[in-house]
Write a protein that binds this ligand. Structure first.
Ligand code: PLP
Length: 357
């Protein structure tokens, strides 16, 4: 039986994507060859890369606006390093918002490159909210933020107005909600949440901000080099790119980001309403900063844990244990998770309440 998969990432992808991707492993485009055994320079694969890059920009509404989409390797974690390498000037300065483990990972990687200013942090409260009152110095080379904090379950609902380039790690909420993406100069995301399997990283970059750091950037981490080679600087992660393309096509058929956003809001509303209604549970983070992708919650009384864990496992739910730094539970409701799975979890929470009476 297919599980109700709440994994935080790698995570659920659409069933039709799994089916089409499986078919391409056996016989890609009726070529008599597997997608895993053809050259990345072959006509068939170049078409995949070109379409994936174009569709990513189209879905974000960034076509023809001076942006390039790249499918790189090294995960979002390599972008923590590539961003300062490409953007921070020698003797320059960058501003960072510290909203969680991944944001602080990005800060750590930037430090060796120059002054890395943390404009605000919610670390003292174990990242249960998104800081809002902070000032971004006008002489910063860029401002870096994390739109969705996968581990803690917070999400930025608005972004600062600033004249410095804005860089955003959107690993865990890319393609999930409508935003004015043209306010960002670099968006990056590991594929393994809303886009595809682990192994590819989407980087969307506004070309005009590149080439200003004054650094001698090694080719493999130089955005300009990747752009000039049309995202084929070296062998790309072909299967991850192909599967990402299938997911982006699925998303387009569902009405794009605006279409999926409605479903994501309905799923999140259903679960958070139960967390707030049910006296046995409580949410972990500030209500106004709650993520639509990752809902973190705990039991009010740990005595119920054993029975609750047995109940959700019996209902076919998988992957809702919280991250070790938060505890409790984390329900990740990425694009491909159907609302029926959320209803199953809500029903189990209601059953627990009844059984505890
Ligand atoms: C928001 C965010 N940033 C960065 C990362 C690290 O991504 P990767 O493992 O692709 O390097 C993750 C992983 O879950 C994440 O959720």
């Amino acid at each position: 039986m297919k599980k109700h998969n709440y994994s935080a990432g790698p995570c659920i992808l659409p069933q039709e994507v799994f089916e089409k991707a499986s078919q391409a492993i056996l016989n890609f485009n009726n070529s008599g060859l597997s997608i895993l055994e053809i050259s990345h320079r072959s006509k068939d694969f170049v078409a995949v890369m070109d379409e994936a890059r174009a569709l990513a920009l189209e879905l974000l509404g960034l076509e023809g606006k001076g942006y390039q989409a790249l499918f790189l390797q090294g995960g979002a974690s390599l972008e923590f390093l590539m961003v300062p390498y490409n953007l921070m000037k020698i003797d320059g300065k960058a501003a960072y918002l510290d909203t969680g483990t991944w944001a602080s990972g990005a800060i750590k990687e930037a430090k060796p490159f120059g002054e890395t200013l943390v404009v605000a942090s919610s670390k003292e409260s174990n990242y249960t909210f998104i800081p809002k009152d902070y000032i971004i110095p006008t002489d910063a080379n860029y401002f870096h933020c994390t739109s969705n904090n996968t581990i803690f379950g917070t999400q930025m609902k608005s972004f600062p107005e600033t004249n410095v380039p804005v860089v955003c790690d959107m690993s865990s909420d890319i393609f999930s909600r409508t935003l004015d993406f043209s306010k960002f100069d670099i968006i990056y995301a590991g594929a393994q949440k809303n886009m595809g399997p682990a192994g590819a990283t989407l980087v969307v970059v506004k070309e005009e901000i590149l080439g200003k750091s004054g650094r001698n950037i090694p080719g493999i981490i130089n955005y300009e080099q990747h752009i000039s080679k049309e995202s084929m600087y070296n062998t790309p992660p072909v299967f991850a790119v192909y599967t990402s393309l299938l997911t982006l096509q699925w998303l387009k058929n569902k009405g794009g980001i605006a279409g999926i956003e409605k479903e994501n809001e309905a799923k999140a509303a259903l679960l958070y309403a139960e967390i707030d209604r049910n006296p046995l549970f409580k949410g972990v983070v500030a209500t106004e900063d709650r993520s639509t992708m990752n809902a973190t919650f705990t039991l009010n009384n740990e005595a119920h844990q054993e029975i609750f864990d047995a109940m959700w496992k019996a209902a076919g739910i998988s992957g809702i244990n919280g991250h070790r730094s938060v505890g409790g539970y984390r329900a990740s409701m990425y694009n491909a998770l159907p609302i029926e799975s959320v209803q199953v979890l809500v029903d189990v929470m209601k059953e627990l309440e009844k059984s505890a009476q």
